[in-house]
Design a protein around this ligand. Structure first.
Ligand code: ASC
Length: 157
């Protein structure tokens, strides 16, 4: 029992020191920030996708709420690639920083696509009113993932 307590204490010290090291390293701090932003994007786009694809009952109020949050969060993604923050623990490819203008245009398309979707959701009466705007958002996600995100098999996570 005592051994267990000692090793648990050592374990949490180790975790705390890794967290401290990441906070002192601006690249790791940006990666952490970015992953937080994309976690939020996924958390709000996921339910929209499930409802739009008929995998979950369509609930207009839930779509509207998720879309509004998504529109607020998407601009943060743009600010999460300021440093050349590609590393072992990130799916962001170095191509981002080698094709900055193209990447920025694609990020801008994401923001506009999400804003249009949120606007469409605000006045929609049903799923059919949202198909086009949803397809556009999906296209902006895919455009970036195709060129600038590591393929799943290359991921460390
Ligand atoms: C999703 C999701 C994406 C996009 C993309 C569209 O539901 O998680 O990244 O749609 O697959 O092609």
């Amino acid at each position: 029992m005592r051994k267990l307590i000692v090793s648990a204490a050592l374990g949490s010290l180790l975790i705390a020191s890794i967290a401290d090291a990441q906070e002192r390293d601006p690249i790791q701090a940006e990666i952490k920030y970015r992953q937080a932003v994309y976690t939020l994007i996924g958390a709000h786009f996921g339910p929209i996708g499930a409802m739009m694809r008929g995998r979950q009952d369509f609930d207009l109020a839930a779509v509207q709420s998720n879309a509004a949050t998504l529109a607020a969060v998407a601009p943060l993604a743009v600010n999460s690639f300021t440093l050349e923050s590609h590393a072992e623990n990130s799916d962001a490819l170095s191509a981002i920083w080698e094709n900055r203008a193209d990447f920025d245009e694609k990020m801008n398309n994401l923001q506009m696509g999400v804003a249009d979707f949120a606007e469409a959701a605000a006045t929609a009466t049903g799923v059919d009113d949202l198909r086009e705007a949803f397809g556009n958002v999906g296209g902006t996600c895919k455009a970036c993932h195709d060129d600038y995100r590591a393929e799943p098999q290359n991921r460390v996570r």
